[in-house]
Design a protein around this ligand. Sequence first.
Ligand code: HEC
Length: 141
Amino acid sequence: MNLPAVSQMPLRALTVCAAGVAACLTMNLALAATPADQLAGYTAQAGALAVPSRGQSFFTARHGREWSCASCHGAVPTQAARHASTGKVIQPLAPAFNPERFTDPAKTEKWFRRNCNDVLGRECSAAEKADVLGWLTTLKP
Ligand code: HEC
């Protein structure tokens, strides 16, 4: 193992890796976040279960500014859509239609922060994130 790779690993995984390769692999699998893991995290933070219908309304409505979430992701984000200002293609946001979605909490948080600021002029609350993600995970092929 080279050092830069090790130093980028989460501390928890690193500790277990020192204990043995098998345990290390198990732990790394456990650390790979799924959409369900992230949803559980947001509902825990919010202290309430997600309400998918509220997530859908939140996603498609404008919040006093030019854009809604749907402006860039589409009203039903099960297919690719185009960025409202750059026209760049954005792959589907619903995880059942894009296996990369909601598998990297740092990426998810980065974009929630940025997009909520664009759409609402503030960050989204944990409850809003839970509702949106709760709705997105109900979208199935
Ligand atoms: C101005 C265009 C735009 C708007 C409006 C927008 N998004 Fe996005 N969103 C993007 C882009 C660009 C990305 C990053 C590229 C990608 O992941 O495809 C992204 C990515 C995301 C991600 C990352 C998901 C992951 O884990 O891969 C989430 C979550 C998200 N957006 C939620 C929202 C929500 C919620 C709203 C409304 C509050 C919203 N977006 C509004 C452009 C937008």
